[in-house]
Design a protein. Sequence first.
Length: 153
Amino acid sequence: ALDAEAPQGTIAGCRNAAHGLLRAVYLWLGWRPLRVTEEKGSLMIGLLVTVGILATVMTPALAGLSTGSISVRIADERTTAHNIARSQLEYTMNDTFCSTPCSYATIATPSGFTVTSEAQPYDPPDPNLETIVVTVYHDSQLIVTIEGIKANR
């Protein structure tokens, strides 16, 4: 299938070899080579098929990237909220004991986050124990609530 005018190892020789191999595959499959008159519009059809395949492959890939970025944002929001809640609970545990029901001072939070720390009566009733409820909000939406028990020392 190599052209006598193109020496082996050259680009022209490789191109001729590839052309001959494709021609052999076409013939083996029972396809007949296209004639020049039958090629009108074949480039357009090839481009449309290529665009269709790319669209089919890229749509789920882009949707996956979008879903992934949303998941990362939500995980970051929840991690920040949990860290704020643990810090607030630790701060409240080190604060002076107040009679229930009461609210404790809160720590500084990142932009968009708010935190509350409230003391509620311990069950069963004990004047030296209270349940501390820490709630963290992000953009006015509840993210996490944790509880702890504080003793009057």
